[in-house]
Design a protein around this ligand. Structure first.
Ligand code: C2E
Ligand code: CA
Ligand code: CA
Ligand code: CA
Length: 276
């Protein structure tokens, strides 16, 4: 009996060891990637709902691994979030995006507002207003060119004074958006307490907008909510003209999606900015 137990225990811990080893390995490679500057930002344009005007861009991280090629964020951000790496990455993204804005300004390009994704851990374990203030000072950019995308779960995390932190960020002049709106666990009460600028309707709702009356009802409600609270509303993941058209009819302000542009490299975006 004892032997059997020991056997199953060691089987179990072997499995665990493999998972842990793989995670540590990825962590180590990621740490090296950060040092070797193998991380970069792509920028996906955001458009006024009629598609006539670029209203901003969202910075999306990529890992350019010399051996494995381009690694998407879903493959390394969740791992980074389980270690202190996410703090380092978050800080790097904030700095890189702001430095890019400054560089575009020097080049005389029409600089779009840049939205940056903030992970819940970054909000929780680093005092974000200090990091943002530091980056603004280092790069000298206008604060309203920077938008922070926060998720509902990050805002709802217990044990932090979120309201105070958001007010400090607002005082710096940066814009605040709620990412993946409608998918997290949160109460609507925070919408009136927090100083917010934009609701981003999650792609899952956009996907079903034309097929499901429930998804449609949710999208419609988010748009009305945004209007009544004086917040901008942006729909994510718009792939078809029929979706854009319906969103426009419902009064949505902005959209982002493959319909008009995928995330672009700096060179590709600069070509687009210079074209108009
Ligand atoms: P997200 O913030 O919801 O970003 C939107 C994702 O949807 C991006 O994927 C984007 O490329 C993709 N997307 C945009 N339009 C369309 C469309 O029309 N169709 C389809 N199928 N996809 C579309 P990506 O770049 O792979 O990023 C995935 C997630 O990784 C992001 O989701 C975000 O949660 C996270 N992420 C990306 N960059 C960062 C970062 O710098 N920091 C942190 N903490 N997370 C990041
Ligand atoms: Ca986002
Ligand atoms: Ca999103
Ligand atoms: Ca998402």
């Amino acid at each position: 009996k004892a032997k059997e137990q020991r056997g199953s225990l060691s089987f179990f811990s072997d499995d665990l060891t493999t998972a842990v080893r793989r995670r540590l390995e990825l962590e180590q490679r990621l740490r090296r990637a950060l040092e070797r500057k193998e991380l970069c930002l792509y920028y996906q344009p955001q458009w006024s709902i009629d598609g006539a005007e670029m209203t901003g861009v969202e910075a999306l991280i990529r890992w350019q691994d010399p051996e494995r090629g381009m690694i998407p964020p879903v493959e390394f951000i969740p791992v980074a979030e389980q270690s202190i790496l996410i703090g380092m990455i978050g800080r790097w993204v904030l700095h890189e995006a702001s430095a890019q804005i400054a560089a575009w300004q020097r080049q005389g390009l029409a600089v779009p507002r840049v939205a940056v994704n903030v992970s819940p851990q970054q909000l929780r374990y680093h005092y974000l207003p200090d990091e943002v203030a530091e980056v603004l000072e280092q790069t000298g950019i206008a604060p309203d060119l920077l938008e922070l995308e926060l998720t509902e779960s990050a805002l709802m995390a217990p044990g932090q004074d979120t309201e105070k932190m958001l007010n400090a960020l607002r005082a710096l002049g940066v814009r605040l958006a709620i990412d993946d709106f409608g998918t997290g666990y949160s109460s609507l009460a925070y919408l009136k307490r927090f100083p917010l600028d934009l609701l981003k309707i999650d792609k899952s709702f956009t996907d079903d907008l034309l097929e499901s009356s429930q998804a449609r009802a949710i999208v419609e409600t988010i748009i009305v909510l945004g209007h009544k609270l004086g917040l901008g509303v942006l729909a994510e993941g718009v792939e078809y003209e029929a979706q854009r058209c319906e969103l426009e009819r419902l009064g949505c302000h902005q959209f982002q999606g493959y319909l008009k542009s995928r995330p672009l490299s700096v060179v590709e975006l600069e070509a687009l900015l210079a074209a108009d």
